[in-house]
Design a binder for this molecule. Structure first.
Ligand code: SF4
Length: 701
């Protein structure tokens, strides 16, 4: 599949014989940066830069993507289909190379025989956000629906955050991130953009320079972002709802609530004010650990500042009470009426603005909603036969996996491992590297990176749709997700029209169905800005609910079935894995700077910058456990234990433990990764992984 060397490349410049191509970052990050990629020749890229003409990316990207050549040309890239002939988990030596035809025939044959034996729901196509491209990520659903395979409830990332935001605001939109430059106070809540979404800092620091805006970080430890902030509020993990309530208590008590705005744009504010009466800063101090005077000072600052911008992240939502936490924080600008002002309001995600009709990409025209829906975060219990998931349906006996690495990233890792070890489970993994999930597969297929295939991207952090083309030829015999799906479809005798279309044709279909220019026009323009008007983005024409109001008393039953016991108003929802005498610490597995989930864990530069898995512990705790820097500490709970090196860290509370992630299991002293401690219990009301909601014990190891 060589590139068409004669095609016209829009926007290509010649700089000393190096061609520069437009692209977009495909990784699981809200920034979806607009990129400029140097092509040295049809097989080789050079440097990768942020597109300076893009008003969100603004020429700035993270270091890990800037050095993408290290990843795309890594000697460990998979280049040929592989069949496992040795034991599971042994690594490359357990595999032999086979041809594409042979590999695809085996996979199709195994999926077919599994379905013949147990029915089609025994096959579970499994994917996530290894690429965020709409064709290469979501196309697996077309095969799923065309074949009647089990459906997937995708819950690794934003399910809890979505639930919380939608409960109040009613639509997944908000104030454009570029508007931060007009803000006087920027509150970055539950995310660490220096490490995970660098562009937020670009726009926040612009406001600091031009308007002397203040930056507040709310995070349970002193992240790199917190070090750059004017104020850092450090709540105990899982207590942000209490903080939000105490702030709102002050807003009402001290006259910062905009009653005209509340009357016009919200419902339930009378009940809210009464409910907050006893949720004082002293009450919140006991829950959050944040001194009451810090809460008072922050609340007064927020209340006095009309142009106050909340940038709400995912971190504080990855908890059993995560939806309530997001909802509670999202209430603040509805109390002060900050939404009315330039640079005021909030953004969780603008993912709701695009309206792309993916019918053919996802095969939604042939989806049967009575087919069972399995929760991806519960893959461990599911593969080990948990009847709470399987009911009276068949076991999962065949997995076809693209774009994710559940042997590292899924909760309840012990069960995930046990499940993948089943000899009666057929597994095919289509991947760029021999991940620990691929090592457990029967067949491994080599996958292209975003620089080797065509796709299109939307973003949560900004408002641009981007269409991209391959920049270089596929590495080795790697093939795109779409190509593999089409080849399997042929062998499985399913004739959905999407399989006969190219990526380009699928994009064109989706764009034109959705009222966009055609795919060629979108590509030539590099990005299509779908920014909302000021009035829409600030909900001045009404919030997303039918009544146009922000709801302080949400109807959780509209969002998910598991809503019993959820609070009627913003609150500290005490549903977390709370500390007790046996588990006196709370563990947060925050994202590291040089890895992105498990992507980049294979590159030497990221590895050397991250060093090794470490537990950040308060120095007093290290003293009590007689731990010096670098000593081994065992972290455990009822699910198991993990050994890591201790790092005394003053910038966190005594009862908080931070292990930045996601490391491969093999990077840990005992070969078992941190997710062995993470519960597969679903957050409320609609599921969602609870990665940062874990009570643990510590022992010197
Ligand atoms: S900041 Fe995010 S979107 Fe931008 S290049 Fe890095 S990983 Fe990609």
């Amino acid at each position: 599949m060589p590139l068409d060397q004669n095609r016209t490349e829009s926007g290509v410049e010649d700089l000393n014989d190096v061609q520069v191509f437009h692209s977009a970052c495909p990784h699981d990050c809200p920034s979806t940066c607009a990129l400029e990629v140097e092509r040295l020749n049809p097989q080789t890229i050079g440097r990768v830069r942020g597109a300076s003409a893009n008003t969100y990316t603004s020429g700035v990207i993270c270091a890990k993507v800037a050095r993408y050549a290290e990843r795309v040309h890594h000697p460990d890239r998979l280049t040929k289909p592989l069949r496992r002939v040795g034991a599971k988990g042994l690594g490359r030596e357990a595999f032999e190379e086979i041809s594409w035809d042979e590999a695809l025939d085996i996979v199709a044959g195994k999926l077919k025989s599994a379905a013949d034996l147990h029915g089609p729901e025994t096959v579970w196509p499994y994917y996530y956000a290894g690429t965020m491209g709409l064709v290469q990520r979501d196309g697996i659903n077309r095969l799923r629906h065309a074949m009647g395979y089990s459906r997937q409830h995708s819950t690794f990332c934003n399910t809890l955050a979505d639930a919380g935001w939608l409960a109040g605001a009613g639509s997944k939109t908000g104030v454009d991130a570029r508007e931060m430059v007009e803000s006087d106070l920027i509150v970055i809540w539950g995310c660490n953009p220096v490490s995970t979404q660098v562009n937020v800092m670009t726009h926040a620091t612009r406001a600091r320079k031009t308007r002397n805006a203040k930056i507040v970080i709310i995070d349970p430890y002193e992240t790199e972002s917190a070090k750059q902030a004017d104020i850092h509020l450090m709540p105990n993990p899982g207590t942000d709802g209490a903080l939000a309530c105490a702030v709102m208590h002050v807003l009402f008590r001290d006259g910062y609530a905009d009653r005209a705005y509340l009357e016009k744009f919200t419902s339930g504010y009378v009940e809210l004010e009464a409910h907050l009466k006893f949720r004082t800063p002293d009450w919140a101090e006991a829950i959050t650990g944040i001194p009451a005077d810090e809460i008072e000072a922050f609340a007064a600052f927020y209340g006095k500042t009309q142009r106050s911008y909340l940038r709400l992240g995912f971190g504080f939502t990855r908890s059993r009470n995560g939806a309530v936490q997001m909802f509670s924080a999202s209430c603040l600008p509805a109390v002060t009426g900050a939404w009315q002002y330039p640079g005021g309001g909030a953004l969780y995600s603008n993912g709701g603005i695009y309206g792309i009709d993916q019918t053919l990409i996802k095969g939604e025209d042939v989806m049967d909603t009575s087919t069972r829906l399995l929760d991806q975060s519960r893959i461990g219990p599911i593969l080990t036969g948990d009847l709470r998931d399987l009911g009276d349906g068949p076991p999962v006996s065949a997995l076809f996996i693209q774009n994710t690495n559940p042997m590292n990233v899924a909760p309840d890792l012990g069960k995930v491992r046990e499940g993948f070890a089943r000899e009666d489970l057929f597994v095919c993994v289509h991947e760029q590297f021999l991940t620990e999930t691929a090592e457990m597969a029967d067949i491994v297929l080599p996958a292209t990176t975003f620089l080797e295939h065509d796709d299109m991207y939307v973003a949560g952090g900004h408002t641009h749709l981007q269409v991209t083309r391959a920049v270089i030829d596929p590495v080795g015999e790697s093939r795109s997700n779409h190509w593999v799906l089409a080849e399997l479809a042929k062998r499985l005798n399913t004739d959905h029209p999407g399989f006969a279309m190219s990526e380009w044709e699928l994009m064109d279909d989706a764009l034109q169905r959705s009222g966009y220019p055609d795919v060629q026009t979108c590509w030539e323009g590099h990005w299509e800005d779908r920014a909302l008007s000021f009035e829409e983005a600030h909900f001045l024409e009404g919030f997303g609910h039918d009544d146009g109001k922000f709801h302080f008393m949400p109807d959780w039953s509209q969002i998910g079935g598991n809503h019993a016991g959820m609070p009627a108003l913003p609150d500290h929802y005490d549903a977390i894995d709370a500390r007790d005498d046996e588990h006196p610490f709370r563990l947060v597995t925050a994202p590291s700077r040089n890895y992105l989930n498990t992507s980049f864990t294979e590159t030497a530069t990221s590895q050397s910058r991250e060093g090794r898995p470490e537990a950040q512990l308060h120095p007093d705790v290290c003293g009590e456990l007689q731990l010096e820097a670098g000593d081994l500490v065992r972290i455990g709970n009822v699910q198991g234990s993990v050994v890591v090196h201790a790092r005394p860290t003053p910038g966190l509370r005594r009862n908080t433990v931070i292990v930045e992630s996601v490391w491969p299991n093999k990077a840990f002293v005992e070969g078992m990764g941190i997710n062995v401690l993470i519960s597969a219990e679903a957050g409320r009301p609609n599921g969602g992984a609870v990665f940062h909601d874990t009570a643990v014990w510590l022992r010197s190891a």
